[in-house]
Design a protein around this ligand. Sequence first.
Ligand SMILES: Nc1ncnc2c1ncn2[C@@H]1O[C@H](COP(=O)(O)OP(=O)(O)OP(=O)(O)O)[C@@H](O)[C@H]1O
Ligand SMILES: [Mg+2]
Length: 226
Amino acid sequence: MIQFNKVTKIFSPNSAALENISFKINETEFVSIVGKSGAGKTTLFKLLLVEETPTKGKVFFENQDVHKINRSQLYKLRRKIGMVFQDYKLLPSNTVYENIAYVMKVIGASDEDIHRSVSKVLEIVGLEEKVHNFPRELSIGQRQRVAIARALVHRPKVILADEPTGNLDPYHTSEIIQLLLKIHDLGTTVILATHNKEIINSLEKRTITLENGKVIRDDKKGRFIL
Ligand SMILES: Nc1ncnc2c1ncn2[C@@H]1O[C@H](COP(=O)(O)OP(=O)(O)OP(=O)(O)O)[C@@H](O)[C@H]1O
Ligand SMILES: [Mg+2]
């Protein structure tokens, strides 16, 4: 489903953020991307979302070179990819419902469709009773669950989670990882970027390790080795 083919990204001369990266991720895989700060994890996601362009190499999503598609195809691509960030990016003066609904409003969905989808994703993340609360009224783990619900609302094929537990204590970290596993079980491909050793060692799933922009390991049942 996703393929990086000899991808190099150079921001500043003499230092490559990513260097000759190649890997494939199949539909319904759960893959962790690990690496120290600056290793290139976020850059990898940005290349897939076409927020950055590769200096060399190609990135494919469903056999399409994502850097060769037109604007309308790009909107479609981005709807197939749900993104979860470390810092949630929720709108503070909007309720949980509004935070999730607005991503459907911008594509012109009907109120009825929006209502149905928001209820569905809130059920998945277990926050039905918080639908009219504001982000500040939620625990930090609950905020991240709202952000995950929002990422799910377009029924994406893949979820990219960029250090989604970076601000969370161990209890909420484990809750978010359980939720990502559940989403994976429901049939979504999950790519998780993290530098949390405990997560990787407990997941025992495929792990791609980046070091200074290079893939140094790609293990079927990853252990955190850096
Ligand atoms: N827009 C940019 N301009 C210049 N350099 C950049 C830019 N974005 C990233 N870099 C550089 O590319 C390298 C990889 O950065 P990236 O954000 O992908 O790392 P990361 O693995 O996500 O790190 P972290 O764990 O801290 O989030 C770093 O050296 C960073 O400074
Ligand atoms: Mg990052």
